[in-house]
Design a protein around this ligand. Structure first.
Ligand code: GLN
Length: 266
């Protein structure tokens, strides 16, 4: 059977079928076209069909091919880490705007390392630290760090548990989906690490913890920037007490949704 015939009979979207076939065969986009009529081996056909089947059952494309683009860079992803989302690029941009040269930055709950590595890649002279509670996630992040030849320092920590010193900017995309939210049982989220998506509580538990002790780890005038859910901006703004925080504000993502809230330590 040729790739052309296999793609015609694919039980999934054609674009996705092409991506999975190219990944399985390790063919380039050009090969996908020029070799589409060439007969595939039985093993090749079986391997591709197995991927189609897994996709049909909902597994995210990013996990099936082990990779996802974020901020113009390619990141390895496994089911140990959240799949980087385009809206999180807003968090990267806001952090970059606030990073002076040689800035010390902390990314909490780094997962694949996408945020920290994007910052380090854009600002090689800065010093980026990143935590995760999951050793498995840190292993993925470290591989991404090596791949991009960035110099992020990763360490295991349950939020501030093993964090020492002060930073100019702290960023985080913490688990913010509330327990029992319907989205957790839909689409890609079903296959992603629950602890990276939900705090198993109100959706604000991790956000509160991060804000609560941020003053201990921020330089004066330093920024804390947090990603959150589509309906959480107002509550998150209210968690920043005006006695120690200034410039409390939220920023909209490309879909027009208030997606990041942050403030500056007085
Ligand atoms: N943005 C993700 C989603 O809603 C959630 C990520 C998170 O909880 N940090 O699909």
């Amino acid at each position: 059977m040729s790739l052309e015939d296999l793609l015609k009979s694919a039980p999934i979207e054609i674009m996705e079928a092409r991506i999975l076939a190219a990944h399985s065969l390790q063919w380039s986009r050009v090969q996908l076209i020029t070799q589409s009529k060439q007969a595939l081996s039985t093993t090749q056909v079986e391997d591709i069909r197995r991927l189609f089947d897994r996709r049909l059952h909902g597994e995210p494309i990013a996990y099936l091919i082990g990779q996802r683009e974020f901020y113009g860079l390619s990141f390895e992803v496994t089911p140990a880490v959240l799949i980087p989302r385009p809206e999180t690029e807003l968090l990267v941009e806001l952090a970059l705007e606030r990073m002076t040269s040689n800035a010390r930055v902390l990314d909490m709950g780094t997962g694949s390392g996408a945020i920290a590595i994007s910052l380090a890649h854009a600002r090689p002279e800065s010093k980026i630290f990143a935590t995760d509670v999951s050793q498995q996630a840190l292993a993925v992040a470290q591989r991404n760090n090596n791949f991009h030849q960035t110099d992020v320092t990763f360490f295991q920590s349950d939020w501030y548990q093993h964090v020492h010193g002060r930073f100019d900017v702290i960023v985080s995309n913490p688990p913010y989906i509330r327990a029992g939210d319907i989205h957790l049982s839909q689409g890609d989220l079903r296959f992603e690490p629950a602890d990276a998506l939900t705090d198993h509580s109100t959706g604000f538990a991790a956000i509160e913890k991060i804000i609560h002790r941020a003053h201990v780890h921020l330089e004066r005038g330093g920024w804390l920037l947090l990603e959150h859910g589509y309906d959480q901006a107002r509550t998150v703004r209210n968690l920043f007490h005006t006695s120690i925080w200034s410039d409390v504000q939220s920023w909209r993502d490309l879909a027009g949704i208030e997606r990041v809230t942050g403030a500056r330590l007085i």
